[in-house]
Design a protein around this ligand. Structure first.
Ligand code: ARG
Length: 462
């Protein structure tokens, strides 16, 4: 009566709209290689355990090879009526090899199959993602080396705070991306357990060897609890959390690039190949790529929220709701990979306007803290020093001067302990060079950090 692999207990065909609504082939077809790899391993295990015979196995293996080639050649037709990638491939196999194909699903369910496929697929994609992040880190490292001495204003509250080196600023992102790699790696290692053998939810009556299948698929071990195996979507949550945090880092960086490229900052210019113009304002060159990357973080974070809420109230074990688990992470991964790629390709061709950076760093009283520090070295308590410098800044604002331009008489009028030598010694170069300790912004420290990163990233590649 029914053309469905599960059609035995049904009398009436599926509602036509439901058939399409229920299907997930448009999402999960991209896991075909993992589905086939899982079937190969499962069939080999069944044969080793004398559940399938050698003839069945060789038919299954050659049939799966053919199917894989058909899919790769674009000659495979995924049918919505067959719901998902698993049943499409199984049905095609059965059409090709008959009963041996029908035996493949022994001691297996789509419930353990789908989560195995998803783990395998995301493992591959996560490895690629980590490589992409490493690529971006290498670009940032190069830039940081070039700009170890380039001085720019450092901000708090987006108000000029203290001068920093541009290299130091870039290395801050290297740190963030390093933690992103660690988060992906950590989640990847935790998910690397094989659910196959959990079957529908309770395990199987057949004498299977789960260690064999796990090993064949490159998993560290079989999962320990069959119910958990088919219900667990923690790995998707963790990977989406890692992706979300990484996209937030890219978004913050984007925001800075956008600000820096504005006429008001003019710190950088992004290459033409990564910008667009306006259809009405001829003068415009817009930083579309960082804007888009900043925007992408919204949908990636949306993916994390989606999986969290989908799973939130689900009773054990499998529920159809779980079919919604893949679209968001596939979308998030595709987009995050795109963001990383754009940044990696765009940043080497960014123009850095050192003069504008230096000028901005030298205004806005960015050296005020250093003047207070000089007073402290002369024996003035820090809170008093803070007050004296505050008055000096107020004076300079009234007189349209910078701190280092204050005349001796003005210094003496504000406080006897404030000397003209102290204000004349102020320069942004001295400010950054003085912060010469672990984690400080001094060019010397930036160079040391770059060396350490070179070692670390080089070791990663080796
Ligand atoms: N397409 C399904 C999914 O992605 C596969 C598992 C279906 N299992 C089931 N018992 N209906 O979740």
């Amino acid at each position: 009566m029914s053309d469905k692999p599960w059609g035995g207990r049904f009398d009436a065909p599926t509602n036509a709209f439901v058939e399409a609504f229920n299907a997930s082939t448009h999402i999960d077809a991209r896991m075909y290689a993992e589905d086939i790899a899982g079937s190969r391993a499962h069939a080999r295990m069944l044969t080793k355990q004398n559940i399938l015979n050698d003839d069945d196995l060789s038919l299954i293996l050659s049939g799966l090879d053919e199917i894989e080639a058909e899919i790769e050649a674009g000659k495979f037709e995924f049918l919505i009526a067959l719901e998902d990638v698993h049943m499409n491939i199984e049905k095609r196999l059965t059409d090709k090899i008959g009963d041996a194909g029908k035996r493949l699903h022994t001691a297996r369910s789509r419930n353990d199959q789908v989560t195995t496929d998803t783990r395998l697929y995301l493992r591959k994609r996560t490895d690629a993602m980590m490589l992409r992040i490493r690529g971006l880190q290498a670009v940032l490292l190069n830039l940081a080396e070039t700009h170890a001495d380039t001085i720019m204003p450092g901000f708090t509250h987006l108000q000029t705070a203290q001068p920093v080196t541009f290299g130091h600023h870039l290395l801050a992102y290297l740190e963030m991306f390093e933690r992103d790699v660690a988060r992906f790696e950590d989640a990847r290692n935790r998910m690397n357990q094989c659910p196959l053998g959990a079957a529908a939810l309770a395990g199987t009556t057949f004498d299977i060897d789960r260690h064999f299948t796990a090993k064949a698929l490159g998993f560290d071990a079989p999962t320990a609890n069959s119910l958990d195996s088919v219900s667990d979507r923690d790995f998707i949550m963790e990977l989406l959390a890692a992706a979300s945090i990484c996209s937030i880092h890219l978004s913050r960086f984007s925001e800075e690039l956008i600000l820096w490229m504005s006429a008001q900052f003019s710190f950088i210019e992004l290459p033409d190949a990564f910008c667009t113009g306006s259809s009405i304002m001829p003068q415009k060159k817009n930083p579309d790529m960082p804007e888009l990357v900043r925007g992408k973080s919204g949908r990636i974070i949306g993916g994390l929220v989606s999986i969290l809420i989908t799973i939130k109230s689900l009773p054990l074990a499998y529920n159809k709701d779980m079919q919604e688990d893949k679209e968001a992470i596939f979308d998030a991964y595709d987009n995050l990979e795109g963001c990383l790629r754009v940044f990696t390709d765009m940043l080497p061709d960014m123009t850095v306007n050192k003069e504008a950076m230096h000028k901005a760093a030298s205004s806005g009283f960015s050296t005020a803290t250093d003047l207070a520090d000089a007073l402290v070295r002369a024996g003035v308590p820090f809170r008093d020093a803070h007050e004296v410098v505050g008055k000096s800044v107020a004076y300079c604002i009234r007189e349209s001067l910078e701190l280092h331009q204050m005349p001796a008489q003005a210094c003496a009028n504000i406080d006897a302990r404030l000397s003209v030598e102290m204000v004349q010694a102020l320069s942004v170069e001295t400010c950054v060079a003085a912060r010469d300790h672990v984690g400080g912004t001094a060019p010397h420290q930036v160079r040391l950090q770059c060396k350490a990163w070179q070692q670390r990233l080089g070791d990663e590649h080796a």
